[in-house]
Design a protein around this ligand. Structure first.
Ligand code: ZN
Ligand code: FE
Ligand code: FE
Ligand code: ZN
Length: 266
């Protein structure tokens, strides 16, 4: 089973279960390597309800380092999911460089003030132009890549969550410049299986976008985006199958922010 590089903890306030339970779920699923990637704290007050506060951050590192000691039979990496938004570099540039992360996932969860993937703000989709919205989202992802602060793009086509999506030809045009930036930044893309548990019922990203990534030699890794222990490694066989369908034969292992190609599981 491939590593699961997207796992949350209770510190973000919207995940349940103890870190031990996530690790035990990984072991039951036959996973030999995981990375905790909880939502990064942000001292500027960005999206405070979905993340640990700054003063809780030492608890987060303590949890991960303690788990590494308590579970020597599984490789436990230290990571973070950091949102990109205009101005985030001010804090992230310095702070990320001071931490000893193995993996930094880069995410976009907001278009201006709109939490477009938040079920409570889903209704806003009825008032916006879908193609424009996707275009704004991918523009932000392109800027994310240009910062060179992150290793992996999390849930690449997150705006599809509630099944709002432009037609393929338009979507392709929207995504192309951002894919080029991701390739140039030498970032990986995550196959995030949490989309299967959402209204869209698809892995992030779709086959079409994954093929665009493959054409550009953009490496891939896998993440369940678990906010509950039983989700660790969720549908990874489907994710491997999707990767192969797009042409991939390898994924990456990441450690200390360095990527290494490894064959996909059979
Ligand atoms: Zn979360
Ligand atoms: Fe996310
Ligand atoms: Fe996440
Ligand atoms: Zn996420």
């Amino acid at each position: 089973m491939q590593p699961d590089y997207h796992i949350h903890t209770y510190l973000c306030g919207h995940a349940i279960g103890s870190p031990e339970e996530y690790i035990e779920a990984a072991q039951e699923a036959g996973i030999k390597e995981i990375c905790f990637t909880d939502h990064a704290p942000d001292p500027t007050g960005y999206d405070p309800i979905n993340r640990m506060v700054m003063s809780e951050y030492p608890q987060y590192s303590d949890i991960v380092f303690r788990m590494q000691k308590e579970y020597p039979s599984i490789n436990i990496l230290y990571g973070i999911e950091a949102d990109y938004y205009h101005g985030c570099e001010q804090f992230l540039e310095k702070w990320l460089s001071e931490q000893n992360f193995d993996i930094v996932l880069g995410s976009v969860h907001y278009i201006e003030e709109w939490g477009f993937d938040n079920p409570h703000e889903r209704i806003v989709w009825n008032t916006v132009d879908v193609s424009n919205t996707w275009n704004e989202y991918f523009t932000l992802l392109g800027q994310l890549a240009d910062t060179r602060l992150y290793d992996v793009i999390a849930h690449l086509d997150l705006p599809k969550k509630f099944r709002h999506r432009p037609p393929d030809e338009i979507l392709k045009k929207i995504v192309e410049p951002t894919m080029d930036k991701i390739a140039r930044a030498e970032m990986a893309i995550e196959l995030n299986t949490s989309g299967l548990r959402r209204p869209v019922a698809e892995i992030y990203p779709s086959l079409m976008l994954l093929e665009m990534a493959y054409e550009r030699d953009i490496p891939i890794c896998f993440g369940s985006d678990s906010h509950e222990p039983h989700c660790v490694g969720y549908a990874f066989a489907n994710a491997s199958a999707l990767a192969r369908e797009a042409g991939y034969t390898h994924s990456v292992r990441i450690k200390q922010r360095k990527k290494e190609l490894v064959p996909l599981p059979l």
